[in-house]
Design a protein around this ligand. Sequence first.
Ligand code: F6P
Length: 343
Amino acid sequence: MARIGILTGGGDCPGLNPVIRAAVKKGSLEGYEFTGIKNGWKGLIENDTMPLGLGAISGILPKGGTILGTSRTNPYKKEGDLQKVKDNFKKMALDALIAVGGEDTLGVAAKLIKDGITNIVGVPKTIDNDLSCTDYTFGFDTAINTAMECLDRLHTTAESHHRIIVAELMGRHAGWIAVEAGIAGGADVILIPEVAIDMDEVCNTIKKRHARGKTFSIVVVAEGAQFKDKSLVTQEEKLDSFGHVRLGGIGEILGQEIEKRTGFETRVSVLGHIQRGGSPTAFDRVLGTRFGVKAVELIKNKKFGQMVALSGNKIIDVSLQEAVKSLKTVDSDLYDIAKVFFG
Ligand code: F6P
């Protein structure tokens, strides 16, 4: 009987468990057995696995996070780890691997295919929604609904106190969360990594809004947004094994500057990992389920080196190499719609 390994790597997000459940359920019907690889690529380096039968997936559909655990481990970082991955792939007697992850995890999958572990299919996940070749990644819908609810809450307190509240949302390279949660949550200014922050423009927009009688404003900023001619605002200089800095702190700097320039009392709220937690929305449960089933179909049809993807409302498969070539940033059309409501 053929054996499929599944791993989840990178930042967790709601919808990972529905993918695992769907793949195992569909695979069992097709006669496959499964090995759960723990903590992303780390589990393949360390031969750390768990049994993944129908019992293990019972009741996991509404659970956030991932029952397999995750990590930001890069097997291309440390000498010897790649060989361990290759050896353990054999030891685990895997015929195929489903790698569920974002740009980093799937980037490793694409490299492994070139390095001889060819029987891999990818499933795109990230709350940031910045993976190419798919209209949506799962996790994003839950994150924007969580962020929207937080913006609703921030509205009532901002309005009562006649304050400006800056809400810092996640979004490392792309502002999808900021734009979509911002539109849904009625933000008065939305700042994203794709467009450099112009402080004069931000403050004039707020001043104009207050001049027409409004006594509060909600400013949404993505953690990866940058001021003109300045570098990213980071929490620490250390890089992770994929070369990423830990972002965070732009909201505070922005808030101080807004208060100084406008004279309006300002507070800052950083949503952070709240956006990654919790039970997946119906959309993410359905998308994760469709992705999981499709991943097994790809394996059954020996369509390796592909990533499942959403195109319109169809589940398709695309080349993994293509998908990890570049990131999907916010459409200017969508940002233009958001801008209609600025001020
Ligand atoms: O995976 C996406 C993401 O949530 C980014 O939006 C954020 O910058 C990063 O992960 C945070 O990573 P960590 O949980 O490792 O601090």
